[in-house]
Design a protein around this ligand. Structure first.
Ligand SMILES: [Zn+2]
Length: 209
């Protein structure tokens, strides 16, 4: 059993690469956000504990998250390991994780902040069908979306200021973890500012190393 940790800022294309890694390796994707929501919904003991913190607007403590991971890793689909997304977020979590499952590869998809801002801030979608467009990279046709129900929709948090603050938070959280995993010799940085297939190819080189 060997697990993978995937890092990447919002807008770096992590979701697409995560899907490809899952397909190729058969490892399930484990996101602590999804797990927390599932545990709360299922009403498990850990879920109820987590719910208390979430409802009072507090961060769910490391111990609760780690209990969730311990349970998740025992599921049959995790017998060969899992791919973590959005976890660990702290060094204590990384230390605890090392006790639960051997992490063999930590992959960080890196994209310069200014490129992320460019990608996210130009984004908009069709309220009618959900198709995603971009001011520069994929503008909608002059006569609107082909679904015939064209209505432009932009997310309020896709503005430059918000994206910069999200990226700041991401770097603040990730850089100590990157250093920690680098010291273990399992940290790999992949240039995410390239074609999607090129990034995938690089990730597979890392995973096969
Ligand atoms: Zn549409």
């Amino acid at each position: 059993m060997s697990s993978i940790v995937l890092f990447g800022p919002p807008g770096a294309g992590k979701g697409t690469q995560a899907e490809r890694i899952m397909e190729a390796t058969g490892l399930p994707q484990v996101s602590t956000g999804d797990m927390l929501r599932a545990a709360v919904k299922a009403g498990t003991e850990t879920g109820l504990t987590a719910k208390g913190y979430m409802e009072s607007g507090q961060l769910v403590p490391d111990g609760v998250i780690i209990d969730l991971i311990k349970d998740r890793i025992l599921e049959p689909d995790a017998k060969n390991g899992v791919m973590f997304d959005g976890f660990p977020r702290t060094i204590p979590q990384a230390e605890a994780l090392a006790e639960i499952t051997p992490v063999t590869h930590v992959i960080a998809i890196e994209v310069p902040d200014e490129r992320i801002v460019e990608r996210i801030c130009g984004r908009y979608s069709c309220a009618g069908c959900g198709s995603v467009y971009h001011d520069t990279f994929n503008p909608v046709n002059a006569d609107g979306c082909s679904c015939g129900q064209w209505e432009e929709k932009r997310r309020a948090d896709d503005n430059e200021e918000t994206v910069h603050s999200r990226l700041g938070a991401y770097h603040e959280q990730t850089s100590p973890l990157a250093d920690w995993y680098r010291s273990k010799g399992i940290f790999h940085s992949v240039n995410g500012d390239r074609a999607i297939d090129t990034i995938t190819a690089d990730i597979f080189v890392v995973l096969n190393s």
